[in-house]
Design a protein around this ligand. Structure first.
Ligand code: IPD
Ligand code: CA
Ligand code: CA
Length: 160
């Protein structure tokens, strides 16, 4: 009676060995990609991955571009995330919009128009709503933030 299962057990053992092999190749591929990302962006401790391809656009275009790519426009929630975005801005030497705005209520800045921000890195004197029309936020090369009108051309940085 016990003999009934020997072939089945052997078959399962084979399948497990195959899966272990596939898992190992997947881990190798992921490790390699991490090394490439660290080489390009500097070592990242964040779970989020920030990326730019050099294209630029106003706030609306930046949001749409990141969303089409399956991500979101970058919105840092910690100083470490802010630093990761800053490194990309420095590489391209071009400021970028963050997905933070005060379109709904003047002076109340929200992530993706929904959630009030819990971290900020404003430049001295900002936000100042110059001309009463600065409802978007850009990050300068020094990592500091400035509220800015939404129609400027800025480096597009997405998070995934
Ligand atoms: C302005 C200044 C100001 C900042 C505004 C900008 P601009 O630049 O940098 O400090 O608060 O958001 O518009 O318009 O004089 O080139
Ligand atoms: Ca404003
Ligand atoms: Ca400003």
């Amino acid at each position: 009676k016990a003999e009934c299962c020997i072939t089945e057990v052997k078959h399962l053992q084979n399948q497990i060995r195959n899966l272990q092999g596939q898992l190992k190749s997947l881990q190798d591929i992921i490790n390699k990609k991490h090394k490439v990302e660290d080489f390009i962006n500097g070592s990242q401790t964040n779970e989020k991955l920030f990326a730019a391809n050099g294209s630029a656009g106003d706030y609306k275009t930046s949001k749409a571009t990141c969303s089409q790519a399956g991500g979101h426009l970058a919105s840092p929630r910690t100083s470490s995330e802010n630093g990761a975005i800053q490194r990309i801005i420095q590489r391209y030497n071009k400021a970028a919009y963050l997905d933070i705005n005060d379109m709904q209520t003047e002076g109340i800045f929200k992530y993706q128009s929904v959630e009030v921000i819990g971290y900020a890195n404003w430049a001295p004197g900002e936000p100042n709503d110059t001309g009463g029309e600065e409802d978007c936020v850009e990050m300068y090369t020094d990592g500091r933030w400035n509220d800015r009108s939404c129609g400027e051309e800025r480096l597009i940085i997405c998070e995934f």
